[in-house]
Design a protein around this ligand. Structure first.
Ligand code: NAD
Length: 291
C-alpha cells in the first residue's frame, strides 16, 4: 500500500518503520523528527498525503490533529482512509471524522496501548472507531503494527475506549499504591500482601502485571527506579481527556476526577514528572494522613 505517515516521534517512528519493513511504500513527515530507515522523506504533510491510500497520524494532541487534518484532507483522494493513532479528545476525533466524511474520505480513530516497546515490537493494541469498510482496509496494517485491533463502533469510540480503560488504570494504580503504603504501616510484608491480593478480589493489572512495589511480582518499572514505562505525565494527559469527556456528556466520574487531581499534583507540584506512573507508591510511602 501507499502510506503517508505524519508524526514520527517516539511512537510514530517505529510504527512507520515496521510498515516499511513489511514492504509497504511509506512516505513520512514530521516538523522536527527525521524519518526512520525505509521511510521516504516528504517536505510537508500535504506531500506525504498525496497519492496515499492511507494517511496515518501519530500526533501529540487534538488541536494538532485538527490542524494536520485540515491540511491533508484536501490532498487526499476520495475513498482514501485517514487513520489517526494519537490519543486525543473524543470531540476532536469526531469533528475530524465529520470533515473527512464531507470530503469523501474515511476516518478512523485508533489510539493504541502498548507504549514505545509495543510500537517497536509491533505488538500494539488498537481501539478503533469508524466505518466498517475503513476498518477492513486498515486491518492488514493493524496486523503489522500490533497484535490486536478491536472495532469499537463509530467515529470517536476508539478514543472513548482508550480513556475509559486508562481511567480504570489510573484509579486502580492509585488504589494499589495507597494499599501498599497502608500495609507497610500496618506491618504487613509486601510479598504477603502481593500473594494475597494478586489471587484475591483486589487483583488488577496494576497489582498482578505491573506491581508498583520493587522486587515484588513480575519485573516492572518499579524494579528500574521507576523509569517509564508509562510516564505519569502521559497518565495525567489521559485522565484529563477522560474528565473533559465526562463533562461533555454529563457523566459522574468521581474516582476519575480524584485520580486526575492526584496525578496533576504529582506531576506538576511534586516530583512525578518524567517518572513512571507507578511511582505513586514511593509518593504515598513518604506521606502522612492529610488533616
Ligand atoms: P512524541 O512527542 O514523541 O511524537 C509526536 C511527534 O509529532 C513529534 O515528533 C512532533 O515533532 C510531531 N509533530 C507535532 N506537530 C506536528 C505537525 N503539525 N506535523 C507533523 N508532525 C508533528 O509523542 P509519542 O510518544 O510518539 O506519542 C504520540 C501519541 O501517541 C500521543 O497522542 C500519545 O498520547 C500517544 N501514546 C503514546 C504512548 C507512549 O508510550 N509514548 C503510548 C500510547 C499512546
Amino acid at each position: 500500500m501507499n502510506i503517508g505517515f505524519i508524526g514520527l516521534g517516539n511512537m510514530g517512528a517505529p510504527m512507520a518503520a515496521n510498515l516499511a519493513a513489511a514492504g509497504h511504500q511509506v512516505t513520512g513527515f514530521d516538523t522536527v523528527a527525521p524519518c526512520p530507515d525505509g521511510v521516504a522523506q516528504a517536505d510537508s504533510a500535504t506531500h506525504a498525503a498525496e497519492g496515499a491510500e492511507i494517511v496515518i497520524t501519530m500526533l501529540p494532541n487534538g488541536a494538532i490533529l485538527r490542524a494536520v487534518a485540515d491540511e491533508v484532507l484536501p490532498a487526499m483522494a476520495p475513498g482514501a482512509v485517514l487513520l489517526d493513532c494519537s490519543t486525543v479528545d473524543v470531540a476532536s476525533a469526531r469533528d475530524v471524522a465529520t470533515k473527512a466524511e464531507n470530503a469523501g474520505i474515511y476516518a478512523l480513530d485508533a489510539p493504541v496501548s502498548g507504549g514505545t516497546g509495543g510500537a517497536t515490537a509491533g505488538t500494539l493494541t488498537f481501539m478503533v472507531g469508524g466505518p466498517d469498510a475503513a476498518f477492513a482496509t486498515a486491518k492488514p496494517l493493524f496486523d503489522i503494527m500490533g497484535q490486536k485491533a478491536v472495532h469499537c463502533g463509530p467515529a470517536g469510540n476508539g478514543q472513548a475506549a482508550k480513556i475509559c480503560n486508562n481511567m480504570i488504570l489510573g484509579v486502580t494504580m492509585i488504589a494499589t499504591c495507597e494499599a501498599f503504603a497502608l500495609a507497610d504501616k500496618l506491618g504487613l510484608d509486601r510479598q504477603a500482601m502481593f500473594d494475597v491480593v494478586s489471587t484475591s478480589s483486589g487483583q488488577s493489572w496494576s497489582m498482578n502485571t505491573y506491581c508498583p512495589a520493587p522486587g515484588i511480582g513480575p519485573t516492572s518499572p518499579a524494579d528500574n527506579d521507576y523509569k517509564p514505562g508509562f510516564a505519569a505525565d502521559l497518565m495525567l494527559k489521559d485522565l484529563r481527556l477522560s474528565q473533559e469527556a465526562a463533562e461533555a456528556v454529563d457523566a459522574d466520574t468521581p474516582m476519575g476526577a480524584a485520580a486526575r487531581d492526584l496525578y496533576a499534583r504529582f506531576v506538576e507540584i511534586e516530583d512525578g514528572a518524567g517518572r513512571d506512573f507507578s511511582a505513586m507508591l514511593p509518593r504515598f510511602e513518604g506521606r502522612r494522613r492529610e488533616k
